[in-house]
Design a protein around this ligand. Sequence first.
Ligand SMILES: [Zn+2]
Length: 106
Amino acid sequence: MTASKACDQIADQLPEFLAGRVSEADDERIRKHLEVCADCRKRANAVSLLQQTPIPRPDPDRWDGFVDGVVHRADRRHRKERTIQVALVVLAAVIVVGVLVYVVVF
Ligand SMILES: [Zn+2]
């Protein structure tokens, strides 16, 4: 077996090894390999760190009202855009009336 094949096999077994769920023979073989292989030691440390890192769970309350919040924000934006459109139409009408009054009067 080449060194890299041994390393691949060790890498596959590292999570189970670190959790103490390998046979005595595998445990012995993996420990001996880790003594002589710096790459696998490094990988074992990384896997160990990952196993100790708690996985954050999303806050269930965060999703309460999430859809309602999105709908509310979209609705508010729509109303704001509508208000701007109405204001522009009113402004254009005032300008047109102003020009007509100017043309008729002067
Ligand atoms: Zn190795």
